[in-house]
Design a protein around this ligand. Structure first.
Ligand code: NAD
Length: 266
């Protein structure tokens, strides 16, 4: 793909959106930023288009004239099934429909490690590993992955599915030493997605080059993405933590606390 004229980022006011926003200006001439919340004023090359992803009639206008969509908007943690369905299932479906009708050909879908959270830590996962969700939230990400696959096979819309580990400024606990992804590595991955002559519908684990890692991205080496950061520099934050209990479900399963937690509404 040549340098896109306009890309849309949903979830622009969120944790990832705020971390990568400035870097997106290098990747496209115009960056359209959208969220339910206020992402702050537009900078050079930016336009702000507020939108609720559950407002179906507004979605074609939101995606119009965009060469690619970075879909980070939505419910980003466990919640009621009702809310998750409305935003992360119906909302994603209608966003893909808007993309199809408006001719947007390339999408990044922000999936999650919680789509595969009931795999154990000692299992090395690849792009071919089946989903094993650990929550209502994880199920909604599995749905998004399946929808992306359908829109590629049937309509030729390419999606980079990123099973994001933990994309925060720094790891918040020991588990995140394995799952952490830097904003810089996310931006480099987006650059590879926009550059790829053929993207298809690959699944990539969104993780930096950490010492401990449960995920293998070798099946998608054709993208040329090489994470450059590592959580190693944050190891001192957790060196006085008590040892992890190997019988704790939050330690057994890759999804951590999401796999351990009971039903959200109980
Ligand atoms: N940050 C991570 O480590 C991580 C890990 C795995 C997956 N993800 C996924 O990446 C995406 C971004 O994550 P984040 O950490 O920035 O989450 P976040 O919660 O900080 O940001 C999500 C944004 O979506 C917006 N949003 C929620 N409901 C909406 C609606 N109905 N209409 C429009 N906007 C709405 C929120 O206002 C928020 O700004 C999410 O889809 C999340 O599931 C993030």
């Amino acid at each position: 793909m040549t340098k896109p004229n306009r890309i849309l980022m949903t979830g622009a006011a969120g944790i990832i959106g705020q971390q990568i926003r400035d870097g997106l200006r290098e990747l496209a001439t115009h960056v359209r930023l959208s969220d339910l919340a206020d992402p702050g004023p537009a900078g050079p090359g930016e336009e702000i288009v507020p939108c609720d992803l559950t407002d179906t009639p507004a979605l074609p206008g939101l995606v119009r004239d965009c060469d690619a969509i970075l879909h980070f908007g939505g419910v980003s943690t466990e919640n009621t099934a009702e809310l998750i369905h409305r935003v992360n299932i119906d909302g994603v479906y209608h966003l893909y429909e808007a993309a199809r009708k408006e001719g947007v050909k390339r999408i990044l879908f922000a999936s999650s490690n919680h789509a595969i959270g009931f795999h154990t830590r000692e299992t090395r996962l690849t792009a071919s590993t089946p989903v094993r969700p650990d929550s209502n939230y994880g199920v909604s990400k599995a749905y998004g992955e399946a929808l992306a696959s359908l829109y590629w096979d049937k309509y030729g819309i390419e999606t980079l599915i990123v099973r994001i580990g933990s994309c925060f400024p720094e790891p918040k606990d020991r588990r995140m030493m394995a799952t952490w992804m830097s904003a810089g590595d996310m931006l480099r991955l987006i650059g590879c997605m926009l550059d790829a002559p053929r993207l298809g519908c690959p699944i990539v684990y969104g993780v930096s080059n950490n010492d401990e890692c449960w995920w293998d991205n070798s099946e998608t080496a054709y993208l040329g993405w090489k994470p450059q950061d590592s959580s190693a520099r944050f190891a001192h934050l957790f060196e006085n933590d008590p040892p992890e209990d190997p019988k704790d479900p939050a330690v057994i399963y890759q999804g951590g606390g999401f796999a351990k937690a009971g039903h959200f509404e109980d």
